[in-house]
Design a protein around this ligand. Structure first.
Ligand code: A2P
Length: 282
């Protein structure tokens, strides 16, 4: 239980208990728009890498009834399923109902976590293939932070390519450090396998600040730059599988491009060639 648990004496005034409370264990602020945090994991929570859960805080009291309700949003789990804690990667929206407050959490604080993981960015929603593309913008990288630390991702594919597009270089730092760790950390090398990690290729791009690779991933895909940079001849429904997570614009635009290559959208109940999930903000 957490510090918000009621004290079990008759004289003490009851402190309201958060439903489904978990305790924050670490917070990292990446930029003034982005932060990540880790929380305790409910012992019973099992999830598939790439899934999301509802998390949040108690809202303000209703001005009329004084009732407080939980304020919840969908968050992709960024940690892998073998991790004993849960990690989340979030935007800070200064006037967002939840993230305007969530950005101020600190270790020891409690958050609400509904332990019912769901989502389409899972291996079960894709048919077997040779090459896996993970296309992310902004905090859409979160589910891939989970999938990239899951050995199954490398067992299923010969090549794993993750692209991450952000406005500026500082916003790429979370994914850059995660990839660096995957390639350098001895524990991760042992757990996932050095031969598996050799399949991983990282393709970061920025759109509003100069960097070695610039442009929206949709443009770089459509004009052939991405494939040329990676030395890949083409994308086909026989060989390629894709997962997409980012802004609504990215999801809409990339769908058209992937379908142009003959890829069809899959679901848990009907696995196909690519799957899409929107990044969650607010
Ligand atoms: P851009 O700077 O050209 O808008 P945000 O921080 O707003 O969530 O955006 C994250 C990244 O996603 C930005 O680099 C942004 O590029 C890019 N982006 C926004 N819309 C699209 C789209 N329709 N297709 C591809 N990338 C997009």
């Amino acid at each position: 239980m957490t510090e918000h648990s009621p004290v079990s004496t008759n004289t003490a005034k009851a402190v309201p208990t958060l439903p489904d409370a978990q305790t924050v264990t670490a917070v990292t602020h990446w930029t003034d728009r982005l932060f990540s945090f880790r929380v305790t994991r409910p012992a019973s929570l099992r999830f598939r890498s790439g899934e999301f859960v509802m998390i949040g805080l108690m809202g303000d009291p209703d001005p009329v009834t004084a009732k407080v309700r939980p304020l919840l949003r969908a968050y992709s789990i960024a940690s892998p399923s073998w991790d004993e804690e849960l990690e989340f990667y979030s935007i800070k929206v200064q006037d967002g109902p939840l993230t305007s407050r969530l950005q101020h959490i600190a270790p020891g604080d409690a958050i609400i976590l509904r332990p019912k993981p769901v989502g389409t960015l899972v291996h079960d929603a894709l048919l077997p293939g040779k090459r896996l593309w993970l296309f992310a913008t902004g905090t859409g990288f979160a589910p891939f932070a989970s999938l990239l630390r899951d050995p199954e991702t490398y067992e299923k594919f010969e090549e794993v390519i993750v692209t991450h597009t952000c406005r500026d270089v500082a916003e790429l730092e979370y994914s850059r450090q995660l990839i660096d760790n995957l390639l350098a950390d001895e524990m991760l090398q042992e757990l996932i396998g050095a031969d598996h990690l050799a399949k991983l290729r990282y393709y970061p791009t920025t759109t509003r600040e100069h960097s070695p690779r610039m442009g929206r991933i949709t443009d770089l895909l459509a004009d052939g730059t991405l494939l040329r940079d990676l030395g890949i001849e083409g994308i086909t429904a026989d060989t390629d599988r894709a997962m997409v997570c980012g802004s609504i614009g990215l999801n809409t635009d990339i769908k058209v491009i992937l379908e142009g290559y003959g890829l069809e959208e899959g679901a848990n109940s009907d696995p196909k060639h690519y799957v899409v999930e929107k990044a969650f903000v607010g």
